[in-house]
Ligand binder design. Structure first.
Ligand code: ADP
Ligand code: MG
Length: 582
């Protein structure tokens, strides 16, 4: 853009007015672009420096609860220098001078910005601007409130002789100050001063216009981001990981400097971030809180330094947006988890139903078989005892007897699974029971290269239970654990006291189970083991015993990692229907 320039000598008044008009027009046009504050201050200063032929343009502009002072300096033969920094205000809205500032100069600025000067003095215009052609000479100004009160200013010009300081305001609110400084003395002519004041009125409009443009753009960015999140939340089939991945991508465009904005969401130990994310000096963070519990966080980081705004280099609107995002994410997660819980519950009910049906069937078959089995056993024992039995018949009878004992064993297990063998209830010390079992397995552990880790709770209360049944539970789980670790490993047995119940935890580092296997482990006769190694009745028996004790079982397993069985048992006998029998 080419700016007009003031020609100091020989310009007609009408020409001068025309030039100011052109500059005003250019400033207004530029403000349309809604550039960031720093860039705006730089461009306006540069236009004014060039136009006025001054040595310095100082531009104070209020925003984000601070004043931003920019200074553009042009010394003969050198490229102009630009500098911008924030200044805090005191409770009266006055600029607080920094350590390198001339305190009297800042005092003068505050007096002008706040419109406290009596306007009927030679150095003050009707609109409250102050000017001098010889700032090296001390001068004093009368204040409005008490006309007798003079403020004296000593040598505030520094290197500059001519100063023109014009207050800026919008809707009667002070928003800053424009300062023009020249090394030449008596640089500003009276009519020029009025023209600069007119220009400043247009600058005020330009400032408002720029603010509105920036606000609008930020709001659009914010809404676009929120809209994107609403879109993601509305896709129930989209996995949570994908949602978080997409949300993180939608964050940088909503921040003031998208090109240097990086974001990261941490959730449940997983991290989702934009490329090149690195924790930085300037970062904003919000926690993801679900049901009062912190479950993760969102972080936004600037990769480069940026000027101070509301919260470090961030806007207060960005803080609000970040907090909203963390709440939105928490809502999406809560919705998902509730839906998943419902599915899990339904699945559990279905599973329990299925086991109950199988239980009824198994109990029916077992009862029916019990009687003929009894006869087979009884009569074969009789036959075996009859005198003069040929040797081969005796051996065959032995086989019949063994087979029927095996069958009776299976029938018994089915009855336990179907909870047709009500447990005995006596006070049982679970720790003692576990220790006895472990002793029994010690030599096997040594042989199979299995490290046995035992962590029994020292303050475990006694529970109402059937010791032989609980013994069966521990043995069945330990045998499975051994079989899952053919190359050796670690077997951890724990007891825990928790509220009104006790936990028995048996954990191995064995082969683990797939989802499909996990689904079926409590079904009678389900086994993945070769014939002779497994009957598939161990866990159904465990299930039957634990359920008839009013307890429950949790299984966690990962292929190649191991399996953890958590048995919860109530301390006392629960008031529940204990059998499936009609
Ligand atoms: P069995 O041991 O006779 O096969 P169970 O009812 O005890 O029957 O176990 C059923 C199935 O569950 C096993 O065949 C095995 O696939 C799986 N299983 C049980 N415990 C474990 C374990 N600790 N690690 C891996 N798989 C296991
Ligand atoms: Mg088994």
């Amino acid at each position: 853009m080419r700016h007009p320039r003031i020609v100091k000598d020989g310009a007609f008044q009408s020409e001068l007015v025309e030039k100011f008009k052109v500059l005003s027009h250019q400033i207004l046009e530029y403000s349309n672009r809604g550039e960031l504050r720093g860039d705006f201050q730089r461009e306006i200063s540069s236009m004014l420096l060039d136009f006025s032929g001054c040595n310095v343009i100082e531009f104070w502009l209020k925003g984000h609860g601070k004043y931003f002072r920019s200074e553009m300096v042009c010394l003969v033969g050198k490229p102009s220098l630009f500098d911008i920094k924030p200044y805090a205000q005191n409770e009266k809205g006055e600029i607080i001078p920094g350590p390198n500032d001339h305190p009297e100069l800042i005092d003068l600025y505050n007096t002008i910005i706040q419109g406290r000067i009596d306007l009927s003095q030679p150095m003050v215009t009707e609109r409250g601007s102050v000017w001098t052609g010889n700032a090296k000479k001390p001068f004093s100004l009368r204040l409005k409130v008490n006309k007798k009160l003079h403020r004296r200013y000593d040598d505030i010009g520094g290197d500059y002789s001519s100063l023109l300081l014009i207050p800026l305001s919008v809707n009667r609110e002070n928003i800053g100050l424009l300062g023009l400084k020249s090394k030449s003395s008596h640089y500003f002519k009276k009519d020029e001063i009025f023209l600069y004041e007119d220009l400043s009125r247009d600058l005020e409009i330009a400032i408002t216009h720029r603010d509105a443009q920036v606000d609008l753009r930020e709001r659009i960015k914010e809404l676009t981001c929120l809209y994107r999140i609403a879109q993601l939340a509305a896709q129930p089939d989209l996995p949570m990981r994908d949602i978080l991945h997409e949300i993180v991508k939608a964050i940088p465009p909503a921040w003031l400097y998208p090109e240097i904005t990086h974001a990261r969401i941490l959730f449940n130990g997983d991290s989702f971030s934009t490329p090149d994310f690195q924790p930085g000096r300037h970062q904003q963070r919000a926690d993801i809180i679900i049901n009062g519990k912190k479950r993760g966080s969102i972080e936004v980081v600037y990769g480069e330094e940026r000027p101070e705004l509301d919260e470090g280099p961030f806007l207060k609107e960005e803080r609000v947006l970040l907090d909203t995002l963390s709440k939105e994410i928490a809502n999406i997660i809560m919705g998902r988890e509730a839906a998943q819980d419902k599915l899990n519950l339904e699945e559990q009910v279905r599973h329990a139903d299925r086991l109950a049906t199988i239980g009824q069937l198994a109990a029916g078959v077992a009862h029916e078989l019990n009687e003929p089995l009894g006869s087979i056993l009884g009569f074969s024992q009789l036959v075996k005892k009859s005198p003069g039995l040929p040797y081969q018949v005796g051996r065959d009878m032995e086989k019949i007897l063994n087979a029927s004992l095996h069958a009776r064993d299976i029938v018994k297990k089915l009855l336990i699974f179907a909870r047709q063998m009500p447990p005995q209830r006596i006070k049982v010390n679970l720790n003692q029971l576990v220790e006895e079992c472990l002793n029994f397995f010690k030599s096997r552990c040594a042989r199979d290269k299995i490290e046995l880790i035992c962590a029994l709770s020292p303050n475990l209360p006694e529970i109402d239970a059937d010791p032989s049944q609980i013994n069966q539970v521990v043995i069945n789980l330990m045998v499975n654990a051994f079989q899952a670790m053919p190359q050796g490993g670690k077997l951890k047995v724990q007891t825990v006291f928790e509220g009104d119940r006790v936990l028995l935890i048996i954990e191995d580092t064995g082969i683990g189970m797939s989802e499909e296997v996990l689904e079926k482990i409590f079904t009678p006769f389900f086994t993945t083991k070769e014939v002779g190694k497994g009957t598939g009745l161990g866990l159904p028996v465990v299930h039957g015993i634990v359920t008839s004790h009013g307890g429950s079982i949790q299984v966690y397993s990962q292929i190649g990692r191991g399996t953890r069985f958590e048995i919860q048992l109530p301390m006392t006998r629960p008031n529940v229907k204990e059998t499936y029998s009609e």
